[in-house]
Every structure is written in C-alpha cells, then in structure tokens.
Design a protein around this ligand. Structure first.
Ligand code: ZN
Length: 395
C-alpha cells in the first residue's frame, strides 16, 4: 500500500500541515520585566522585636539591567553599578552573586540573611538601583557618575589633567572593619563597614553581634545620594562654606527618609500601630536604627520624629550632619503637615465629623485610605526633592 504523501514542514512550528498562511506566527514581545529582589525593609533590627517582625523584609522591583549586548554579570556588575566584595580586614574575596541564575530568578533572590555575603551583595545592588531609578524618574534623564580626573603620564607636563568617564560606580559591601560607611569621590566608590555592636541590653540589636552597614537600606540610599549629587554638581564636594557639606548630608538623609514611603506595607503597618499619628511613630521618620544602636547611640542614627527642634540652631551648628539635619527636619515637618491636611477629611468622615478617633484600633478601611494618601504625598515630595537637585546652581 502506498503511503500518503506529506509536505515537509517549512517552519519549526509543528503546524506546517495547516498551510503556509496559518503557519505565520506573530510572536508578541512582552514588556520588559522588573527584577524582583528581597531585601530587609530597613535593616535587621526590625525583625529582632516581635512587634515589628511582620515587616522585616520587603521585595524591591528594580530595572531589568540585563540585555544581550550588556548582560548583568555575577557581582552583580551591570550598566550602572559594580559590586566588589573584597574584605581586606579578613583577607577574603566573597563569591559574587549571580542574580541571573534560574534558582534566584525564580524566588526573588536570596532570602534576607545577616550571614550570607551573597545576600549582602544583592541588597546593596537592589537598594542602590532603586535610588538611581528615583533620581532618573525625577530628572527625566539618565544619571552620570562624576568623572575621574588624573594626571596624564606625560612627564613633561605634570599639571596637565585628564578626565576619565566613570561607567560604573563601585560598591564594596565589606570594605572596612569600623562603624562607618562613605562615598569616596576619589575612588568613585562607596565603602561600607561592619563592626561588633556596642549596644546596651535594652536595644533590639544584641551587644557583640555583628552590624553590617551594607544591610541598612537607609545607609545605602544616603551614600548613593552623595555619589549621585557628585555626578550632578561636582564642586559640591568642596566645602567653600558651612552649608555646602551640610546640604550634601541633609539631602542624602531626605532621600533615604522618603524612600521609606515607597514601601507601602511598612507605612500601612505604622499607621495602623499609631492610629494615623505620624508624630508618634518610630520607623518611618528615623534612620539606620541598627547602626545607631550598634555604635552605642541607644537608638537610630538620626530620628526626625523625636528630635528636639530647639536644639536645631542654624547660627550655632557647624558640623555637617547636624547642620544638614535642620534642612531635613524642615522638609519632614512640612511633609507631616501636608499629610495631616490631606487626611483630615478622612478622619472627619470616620468620626461623624468630630475629628477625634475613638480609643482602640482604628478601622482597617481608614488605615488603608490613610496609607494610600500618605504614600501619595511621600511620592510627590520625593519626586519634588529629587528634581530640586537638577535646579540647584550648576558647578
Ligand atoms: Zn553622608
């Protein structure tokens, strides 16, 4: 018996028998994905008390920094950043995290862990990329790192300097064994320290436990802002008067503070806990709690809710961080007042016009609406603050 003749398939679709017309598949390209990465919401101290353990971690959605021509390499090393995990104090080089491995892609990266250097690299990358995205959104363009300038090798002309482009900012998660972290304008790098905690028994951070600056989203955002500002206004690293360095410090704190209001679940948690009163909360308006406790301050590194405004004296204060705090307090206080005005109607509706909330927990519906309004004001303030950087006098 003769076999029925079949046309050989023309395309590798498996549907060639249907004819050439129907075999033309149009593959739709999905939009660029976001890379989802798990991080500590603020730092490991949040998970050390039962009250706040529920919001210990969050997942950030960062830009997909990976193309066929420029893949995200282990490190991570991408278009903007290069994480270099050398620990000179221990004489160690930690294996770089490969965020493109399918195991990590499938579970939003490593789970938060103080003992896993690859998670440290992941967290530094995720928070740094988030900060970059906030700046680019407000500026409406790509950010640039400040160029490196160096003397030319021409021995006859020692003073001649050459400018080199810096394609990637380098971040060293374990660069120093000390309670410090800083942006180095010379190295075009951010160096994070780690140290044994000298906290007291009442603190959330146990005395003697290791504190890593690279696990504080506030410290990463603060130092990233120094680097981003240096790229925008290169002469702002020169202290021509007291306000220049104070501005750098204040602006870096403002960016770190307003990034809290992009983590909606944390804002929701705090608003529920303090019944909508932002002047009573303890997580959103404070910076680097674990680092502050670990370095013996008995609380966050800076707290813009509990701060005594009578101590903020512009005419007397010369230290850059303290002088910068005056600007941060003014901006944060204005933010809280705007939130109060924008939510007063919600509170009146929820209290039959009295504006006075009854004792006890408040309605979950009211918490949801207060959270939504607070985050909206936070996002608007954040965009406004970031875009101010563009309008500052150029160097
Ligand atoms: Zn600083």
């Amino acid at each position: 018996m003769e076999k029925p003749s079949r046309k050989p398939p023309t395309e590798d679709t498996g549907f060639a028998e249907l004819g050439p017309e129907t075999a033309k598949w149009k593959l739709r390209k999905p939009p660029d994905p976001k890379r989802r990465l798990r991080v500590y919401a603020l730092d490991p101290s949040v998970g050390k008390t039962l009250d706040s353990i529920a919001i210990n971690e969050t997942t950030l959605s960062v830009r997909w920094d990976d193309t066929p021509s420029a893949p995200l390499k282990p490190g991570p090393v991408g278009e903007y950043l290069e994480i270099v995990d050398i620990d000179p104090a221990s004489n160690k080089l930690y294996d770089p995290v490969d965020l493109n491995s399918y195991q990590l892609l499938a579970q939003d990266g490593w789970p938060p862990s103080e003992g896993n250097p690859q998670f440290h690299q992941q967290m530094v990358y995720a928070v740094a990329m988030t900060t970059i995205e906030h700046f680019e959104k407000a500026l409406g363009r790509k950010i640039l790192w400040a160029p490196r300038d160096a003397k030319t090798r021409n021995g006859t002309d020692e003073d001649k300097r050459k400018i080199y482009e810096v394609p990637r900012l380098r971040l060293y998660p374990h660069a120093l064994r000390t309670d410090n972290a800083y942006y180095s304008p010379d190295k075009k790098a951010i160096l994070f320290g780690y140290f044994p905690s000298s906290s007291s028994g009442d603190d959330a951070t146990a005395p003697g436990s290791m504190v890593f600056a690279c696990l504080s989203s506030d410290i990463i955002a603060h130092e990233m802002t120094h680097a981003l500002l240096d790229g925008l206004h290169r002469r702002y690293e020169e202290a021509s008067n007291l306000d220049v360095l104070a501005f750098h410090e204040g602006f870096a704190d403002i960016v770190a503070l307003f990034q809290h209001f992009t983590i909606e679940e944390m804002v929701h948690f705090e608003i529920d806990r303090v019944r909508g009163d932002l002047s009573a909360e303890g997580l959103l308006g404070a910076l680097a709690k674990q680092f502050g406790e670990g370095s013996g301050r008995r609380g966050p590194l800076r707290d813009y809710v509990k701060i005594d405004k009578n101590t903020l004296r512009y005419e007397d204060e010369a230290e850059a961080h303290a002088r910068g705090s005056i600007l941060v307090y003014a901006v944060y206080d204005a933010f809280r007042k705007i939130v109060g005005r924008r939510t007063a109607d919600l509170v009146r509706l929820a209290t039959a016009g009295s504006g006075k909330l009854p004792a006890g927990t408040i309605s979950p519906d009211l918490v949801n609406r207060l959270t939504s309004e607070t985050c909206k004001v936070g996002a608007a303030r954040s965009a406004h603050v970031h875009s101010r950087a563009r309008l500052l006098p150029a160097s």
